[in-house]
Write a protein that binds this ligand. Structure first.
Ligand code: NDP
Ligand code: HSE
Length: 404
């Protein structure tokens, strides 16, 4: 019998408790022995909830209990999560977490600590919610050089964009629903402004390329500048607007970015809607792989954390190597990357066509019936720098969205 402790009894933590108690037979079979929740740590009381029987408020109770071999954390944030993780691993207890903030900031450090103490720092749920992506990268894609990863990595923003695209809900209403459904971060600006997705692509890039990528160095735009009108252009083009996270290596240079992009209907991520996430991984031998599933939510995320608990229980006293060193990976300047852009311009096409031709040709023009006093331009493929220079010369430029 293995005993585990859960830190945080919120959306994900209560899901972990639920999965461990309701799927105990399956878990015992897969882990090779029963797995029991000995403690749940939270700041609050939960009157009437059976968790009360195992609820504690002092982490030291867990840390100093030799029976606890695995700690699962779903508190979020860096403090006290980092010091709890460090102490647990130093005590030889494996640490399984959904906390991508922690994984992004201290992944390499905590993996090294786990290695030094013959235990494991596992973080399947930190990217893509319930989608198995970390374990396939660690264990299955070991014969490949990873060339690129492109994904929809945030459930909240995908939920909002999907609802806005269908015209069913406005931004605020869709966000409120995502919060109610337990998808959003405690501070939802982490979702909306792209910080959550950029942490996730930093984690995937660190695993793919073996060196530490910091999310503050990932070029990041969120969905705050996406407006209902943009979806009318997308529809006209037969495209969808998705918040894409991307990392790739081209001729020994490494790139990473997060931004809303237009994807056409042949793109594998076009049909990934609502809270679902999709992750495309391109290996130099395996070719293109695609992972799909719920990107957020109580039970899918908890299922991923529990899969880590099972892995930890199956490997007592044995560190499973993870190729993620503390050495920093230098990312190349995003401004050198190239894309086509959809540009919305106010005024009449007739008046501005000559200037558009000079700045963006060869280009394509679009007019949307529902929108008067503006038109759209699909530019040629341009570098970010080239586009910025051209855009600065375009009076009445309303907005621009990149094409994937
Ligand atoms: P919640 O806010 O719902 O839950 C966090 C829980 O931890 C709360 O009950 C909170 O208590 C408790 N807590 C916070 N600090 C402490 C502390 N110092 N000691 C004990 N308990 C503490 O968050 P989620 O469950 O949604 O998310 C948890 C983590 O999982 C985050 O890192 C999030 O990014 C990540 N994640 C979330 C997903 C989701 O779909 N929700 C999906 C994938 C990852 P109190 O409320 O009293 O502060
Ligand atoms: N807020 C995150 C999301 C939770 O919406 O994707 C899952 O990491």
């Amino acid at each position: 019998m293995s005993k585990v402790a859960i830190l945080g009894y919120g959306t994900v933590g209560s899901g972990i408790y639920d999965v461990l108690t309701t799927n105990s037979d399956e878990i015992a079979k897969n882990a090779g022995e029963p797995v029991e929740v000995k403690y749940v740590l939270d700041l609050r009381e939960f009157p009437g909830d059976p968790v009360g029987e195992v609820l504690v408020h002092d982490f030291d109770v867990i840390l100093h209990d030799p029976e606890v071999s695995v700690v699962a954390e779903a508190m979020g944030g860096l403090k006290p999560a980092y010091s709890f993780a460090k102490a647990a691993l130093e005590a030889g207890k494996s640490y399984c977490t959904s906390n991508k903030e922690l994984v992004e900031a201290y992944g390499a450090d905590l993996i090294a600590t786990a290695a030094a103490h013959n235990c494991n720092f596992l973080f399947e749920a930190s990217v893509g919610g319930g989608i198995p992506i970390i374990r396939p990268m660690r264990e299955s894609l070991t014969s490949d050089r990873i060339l690129a990863i492109t994904g929809i990595l945030n459930g909240t923003t995908n939920y909002i964009l999907t609802n806005m695209a269908s015209g069913k809900k406005e931004f605020g209403e869709a966000l409120a629903e995502a919060q109610q459904l337990g998808y959003a971060e405690r501070d939802p600006s982490a979702d909306i402004a792209g910080g959550d997705a950029s942490r996730k692509i930093a984690i995937l890039a660190s695993l793919a390329f073996g060196k530490d990528v910091h999310f503050t160095e990932v070029y990041t735009e969120g969905i705050e500048n996406i407006h209902p009108e943009d979806f009318l252009y997308a529809k006209k083009l037969g495209m969808a607007i998705k918040l894409l996270s991307d990392t790739r290596t081209i001729r020994q240079h490494y790139y990473a970015c997060v931004a809303p992009m237009l994807v056409d209907m042949n793109h594998p991520l076009y049909a990934v809607n609502s809270v679902y996430n999709g992750i495309m991984v391109q290996g130099n031998k395996v070719g293109l792989l695609m992972f799909f599933g719920s990107g957020a939510g109580k039970l899918p995320t908890a299922s991923a954390v529990v899969s880590d608990i099972v892995e930890a229980v199956k490997n007592p006293g044995r560190h499973l190597p993870v190729h993620w060193s503390e050495e920093k990976l230098e990312l190349s300047d995003f401004k050198t990357s190239v894309k086509r852009f959809l540009v919305r311009v106010s005024g009449s096409l007739e008046e501005k066509k000559e200037l558009c031709e000079r700045l963006f040709a060869p280009c394509k023009y679009l007019e949307v019936e529902e929108l008067t006093g503006e038109f759209g331009v699909l530019t040629r493929t341009m570098s970010e720098t080239e586009f910025e220079e051209a855009a600065a010369q375009m009076p009445g430029l309303i907005t621009r969205i990149r094409l994937a």
